[in-house]
Each structure stands twice: as structure tokens, then as C-alpha cells.
Design a protein around this ligand. Sequence first.
Ligand code: UDP
Length: 426
Amino acid sequence: MQLQQVNVGHKALADYATIATRGLMDQIRGLAEPLAGKRVLHLSATAFGGGVAEINYTLIPLMQDAGLETEWRVIHGEDEFFDVTKAIHNALQGQARDLTREEQDIFGRYNRMNAEALEGEFDFVIVHDPQPAAMIEHARSAGRHWIWRCHIDLSTPHRQVLEFLLPWIGSHDAAVFHRREYVPSNGHLPGAYIWPPAIDPLAPKNMALSPEDAAYILDQFGIDVERPLITQVSRFDPWKDPLGVIEAWRLVRARHPEVQLALVGSMAHDDPEGWDYYNRTVAAAAGDEDIFILSNLNNVGSVEVNAFQVHSAAVVQKSIREGFGLTVTEALWKGRPMVAGRVGGIVDQIQDGDTGFLVDSVETCADALNVILDDPQRARQMALRGKEFVRGRFLTPRLLRDWLALFNGLNGNETSEVRELAAAAG
Ligand code: UDP
């Protein structure tokens, strides 16, 4: 059984020339040249739902277009494995929860199985997140350089679980984190590099959509497009706090009775907790006709998410932990007023009070939403500054540049770009 390959389609770097600066495009070309024909493998737990899938669908075709032979494979797992990996995810984000001996065995067993199923030889193997992090133990020879790419908030990890994973993480040749604060303070790590993820401005999720088209799409979901709408787009996950969003919205409605709420969340197949949390969210909404709880099961795909973000008077991301928060980037890119939890990578994206609002509680979330609804013009000006901030930092060409720089570094070609990304320098 070979690991399932994901078909990512085709993208052309040249299409991004109008979005990225000349300097950046030149850098990409220069860094790609010595890497022509190199073989790259991305390993992840799912090709659907959540940030990793979102990033890979753009990054991989662009790596291909830059001349690297790049493929993406998804590891195989049953519920027993994904229950354990979700527990690992939660513990790494701070939940005080040990892994039992049996859970540790399940994790090791599926990683070994997947490693044994891996075919081919690669110059660079990129392992996304903890789920496939132990494959290296049994498949080292399949890759010349192994890189662990962490997408989660590792600022306050539960030690037992982090220490369980560290021997595997440490046997990679490099590890990449969104933020310096996430690099584990443990001497046994490989070289650590820091760069944030990025969104694809040309993907259906983010491409320009007129207000009329967005309203037309939302009307089909029963939204009253003449009344203001607040939206949160996120998986149904305790760290995303959809229940807190409902509470905040109820406070806002006391002052703005016309306001509606949409909670848009996909069901990732590696997230067994999702259904439970979805049901809890539906229960919390208590049948209120102005709350719309939608998911991919209602045919909400990328274009629909785009429409919800474009149309909303305010977008919320009330996370309690957040690796980076691509939904924040997406909403800022669309120039939407943004209210988000003061956590993780979100604080790298929003300057509180200038380009959006950072909040710590249901009450402050409601206050910020009221400020936006009271003065939509001012909120819009702030959001447009947020868009400019995203343009310079969080769009795909920059992400591609960073990966190419690291590949060069691992191949012994120490460019100035890779030195800048090395966490040790900070
Ligand atoms: N997403 C989506 N539909 C949904 C929920 C999420 O397309 O119903 C996308 C969202 O637009 C974003 C990604 O999934 O691109 C979530 O990434 P983020 O970094 O915000 O959070 P993660 O899920 O990785 O924790």
C-alpha cells in the first residue's frame, strides 16, 4: 500500500509577478536555480480542512513551477490514531493531558506502518505537524534531508507530550516554526528556522470577489444581505472558541439587534473531536434564526468562504491558542474589520487599535465588535491598513522564497536569506 498522493493541479509563478515585488521574484529565481530537479516530498495527515492543506495546495504547485519535483502524500490512519494525534495536538497547545502507554504505542505503530509504505527517494522530506513526526525513525534513508514543519502554537506545551515527541523531532535536520516563541527550549533540537505561513491571493478562497457576487452567494445560504453579518471561519475546535463567539454576538445584539452571526467550519478527517464540538456549537446557538452554522457539508467551499469574508461587517477569530491563524490573514487581505484573540501568530498580524482589534475575553470581543458596527467607515480604514501589512509579509511568494532558501542552506549553499531565517540568530 503506497501512501495516497494528493493532486494539487498547476500554478504558474509568473502569475504572481504583479503581486510580489520585482526583488522577491528575482530572489526566488536565484534560489531555485541550484535546486532544479531536486525531489521534494511533503507528508501530512490530511489534504482537507485546516491550514496545512490550505498552504500545500498553493506551495506545492509553485515549488513544481520553480523547477523542483515536488509531491504531497497523506499518511494513512484510523480513528484510533487520529484520536491520539488530536490529543497530542491539544497537549502541545497547552492542555494538561498525558499520553498513556497504549496511546504512545498507537502513535508509534501507525508511524511505522506509514514509513514502511513510503516509496521513492527524495532530497527533502517535509513533515507537517506531529502526526507523521515519527516516520523518520523507519524511513530515514528515503530522504537526504528531513525537515519538521510545525504549524501549531507551541508556546506552552504540556511537557510529557512534548518530551515524548522530541527524540523524533530532534532527529530531523531542521525544524521550522511560525514564531520564535514556539521553539522548544531543549538542547536536542536540530537547527530551528522561523517564518510565518502565507495565503495565496490568487486562489478561489482569496481572489477578488465583488460585493455584489459575495452578497449573491450569501443570499443562497439564507443570510439577509441587507443586515450586518459577523463571521468566524474555523474548524469546530475548543481552541477556536465558537461558543465564546456566540456569547459575544449575544452581547453585541443587545446594542445592534439587526446583526447576524455565521460560524463557518469545515470537518477535517483527522479531527474526530470536530463533530462533538460542532454539536456543542449547534446546542449553544439554541435554534436562533440569526445564527448560521455552516460547513463543507452544506457545500461551503473556498469561494463560499471567500464570500462570507468579503461580505461580513466584521470577521472574528476568537482563538484561545493559535499557531498562526490564516483566517485572520484571509480576512485582512479582503480589507475586512477584524477582531481576534490576542494569542499566538495572531499578534504578529494585527496591530491592536490600528489595523484591527486584539481581545482577551467575551466582553472585550463584544466591545470591539460594537466599535466596528458603530463606525463602519473608520473600521474599514483600519482594515485597509491591515491589508497592506499582509501584502508585504504573508503572501505565497514570500513563503516559497523561504523554503527555497532553507533547501539551499541544507545543501551547503549558505545564502543570506537562510541566515536571516535561522532562529539561532535571534
Ligand atoms: N477553512 C475553510 N473552511 C472552513 C474552515 C476553515 O476553508 O469551514 C480554512 C480557512 O479558510 C483557513 C484554514 O482552513 O484557510 C484554517 O487555517 P488556520 O491557520 O486559521 O487554522 P487551523 O485550522 O490550521 O488551526
